[in-house]
Design a protein around this ligand. Structure first.
Ligand code: ASP
Length: 280
């Protein structure tokens, strides 16, 4: 549909893709759908599609870490494995999946962990639900559907742009600068990629609270690759409009927050969305 690198794609294109997926999966002639996508924003695409689609047939995203001109390019095998998965009746109720490098991973959990390695894609939280060996699909257990699968299905009826949610990534010694621009601006949503479990310097904790008081919803996430940010691990004080991202990385948090703001959910409803990924 979009013959371009995935660095050029975002929610606008993914909504068009989602509508096409819905159309195809409603067609009785179609057993399943395979989407080829660039690796660079695959994790956001899969997370977004999982939030807006309600497929009743297998939908499988795949990609390639090596270009088609490389020795041992991985694209052809990945496409073969993705088609195998998409035509497997056993994957009927597993939601949207990513199949790459012989692994079957729930789409909402996929993260890119390496810029070049063939085994760049991992499931977080959780693990693969199956693997492909030769021409056989081996499933390890029951479906691992996202607790929010299809939660924003109504978004497919809209044509408006999603509200912009910014991500600010902190670095050691950054002072107030990263958040200075947010005080009093019109941004409705902000994700701060803090340190470790969502920590940030004292001054920034204060600015986060002020930013939220001015009407901006702030989600605290982390710059680590496998994120766990809870109210008790982050340093900004949790409040109605400042809450932790749980297990979601900054880019997935920003997508979820913009869909939630677009759906006019209130602050409590939005914080509960982030909570559903953690059972305490
Ligand atoms: N920049 C490319 C993309 O994400 C890299 C790739 O295809 O994996 O589209």
């Amino acid at each position: 549909m979009f013959a371009t690198g995935s660095e050029n794609l975002g929610p606008y294109q993914w909504r068009i893709l989602a509508r096409r997926i819905e159309e195809l999966t409603a067609d009785s002639e179609v057993d399943g759908v395979v989407v080829t996508h660039g690796t660079d924003t695959l994790e956001e695409a899969a997370f977004f599609l999982d939030l807006v689609c309600k497929p009743k047939k297998p939908v499988v995203l795949t990609a390639a870490m090596r270009p088609s001109t490389a020795l041992s390019a991985d694209g052809p095998a990945n496409i073969f494995q993705a088609v195998l998965a998409a035509t497997s009746p056993q994957l009927q109720s597993h939601g949207l999946l990513v199949v790459m490098n012989g692994l079957v991973i729930p789409g909402w959990q996929i993260i890119k962990t390496d810029s070049v390695a063939l085994d760049s894609f991992h499931a977080y939280p959780g693990g693969p639900i199956g693997k492909i060996v030769g021409e056989s699909l081996l499933l390890f257990g029951s479906p691992n559907l996202s607790p929010l699968v299809g939660r924003f299905h109504n978004h497919l009826r809209n044509d408006d742009e999603l509200p912009f949610v910014d991500i600010v990534l902190l670095r050691a010694g950054c002072g107030d600068q990263p958040l200075a621009d947010f005080e009093g601006n019109a941004c409705k949503g902000l994700v701060v990629a803090g340190f470790g479990g969502g920590t940030m310097p004292d001054n920034l904790n204060r600015i986060v609270a002020e930013t939220a008081n001015s009407g901006c919803t702030v989600v605290v996430s982390s710059r680590v690759s496998k994120v766990t940010v809870l109210a008790e691990t982050m340093t900004p004080v949790k409040s109605k409009k400042v809450f932790p991202s749980g297990l979601l990385n900054p880019q997935k948090s920003a997508l979820l927050l913009s869909l939630a703001l677009d759906a006019n959910l209130d602050a409590l409803e939005i914080s509960e969305l982030f909570n559903v990924f953690v059972i305490q």
